[in-house]
Design a protein around this ligand. Structure first.
Ligand SMILES: Nc1ncnc2c1ncn2[C@@H]1O[C@H](COP(=O)(O)OP(=O)(O)OP(=O)(O)O)[C@@H](O)[C@H]1O
Ligand SMILES: CC(C)(CO)[C@@H](O)C(=O)NCCC(=O)O
Length: 244
């Protein structure tokens, strides 16, 4: 059995693989994912594959935490220049966030064709890959929750934002105006990305991240919802016997 772990800026997502992907409850970590990991009772596993955003990705620390908790050394893949024909556009490939790379690996593994990935997490990221497997680039923008939280703080708005009756409508008080501002900013960013050069009429649109369901009803066109996309990418690497 394998344990797959995706450490994001807000939450640690995980799943077990025993021939079927069995996702567990995400763990909010408050900036200390090592403590969240160590505090969990893990089943006996033969392999641990872990990806962590750069800010929380210090390899030596994860090696010792996972070794102590699971008794095995984790595999910690890094973004690479190429994987099975998928080519990273970054001149320094390892600088591309591993979660973004794994999300693309997961889609490319199943679809050797054009696609975009939208990850609506702490950050909102968009990446585009053409039909030859060339990563054309992407964007990193504030995620919906991050934008909302920072504006509520700046404006010292005390009450939690209520959802307006019409999710496409304008706000009628500070809270709903801020909420709609954060939502429209995310939706506007996606629309700009879709219009950026390199779009393909056949490209698959794949959506993941904690705010995926919030955005989905208002996104243009059809999107494939893949909540475990980064974990699927880890699984693809582990099953392909790839060198991390
Ligand atoms: N139960 C939840 N706990 C925390 N955040 C949630 C929850 N449900 C939805 N969200 C939203 O999901 C966002 C975090 O998404 P996600 O868990 O995908 O991020 P992450 O993987 O930690 O971030 P990133 O990959 O961008 O570093 C939060 O900002 C919040 O808006
Ligand atoms: C952008 C995030 C925070 C998204 O989780 C992560 O992929 C990251 O920290 N990336 C490093 C910077 C980059 O991808 O260019």
């Amino acid at each position: 059995m394998k344990l797959l772990v995706d450490v994001g800026n807000t939450r640690l997502k995980w799943a077990l693989w025993d021939g079927t992907l069995r996702p567990g409850e995400p763990l909010p970590h408050g900036g200390y994912p090592w403590a969240a990991f160590a505090g969990q009772r893990w089943p006996v596993v033969q392999e641990v594959w872990l990806s962590a955003v750069p800010r929380l990705g210090e390899a030596a620390r994860w090696q010792s935490v996972v070794q102590a908790a699971c008794g095995v050394a984790p595999q910690l893949p890094r973004s690479r220049a190429e994987w099975q024909g998928l080519r990273n556009v970054y001149p320094q490939p390892e600088r591309l966030g591993i979660d973004r790379w794994l999300a693309m690996v997961a889609v490319w593994q199943q679809r050797r064709g054009p696609f975009v990935v939208l990850s609506a997490g702490t950050a909102l990221t968009f990446d585009r890959v053409d039909r030859e497997g060339c990563h054309l680039g992407g964007i990193i923008a504030p995620g919906y929750g991050s934008a909302l939280a920072s504006l509520l703080q700046v404006t010292a708005t005390a009450t939690p934002a209520a959802v307006p009756a019409d999710p496409r409508g304008l706000g009628s008080n500070s809270e709903t105006a801020i909420r709609q501002g954060a939502l429209f900013a995310a939706l506007g960013a996606v629309e700009h990305c879709l219009r950026a050069p390199g779009g393909d009429p056949d490209e698959l649109r794949v959506l993941t991240g904690g705010d995926a369901l919030l955005l989905l009803p208002q996104l243009p066109g059809a999107w494939q919802l893949r909540p475990q996309l980064v974990l699927e990418g880890l699984l693809a690497l582990s099953e392909a016997g790839a060198t991390p």
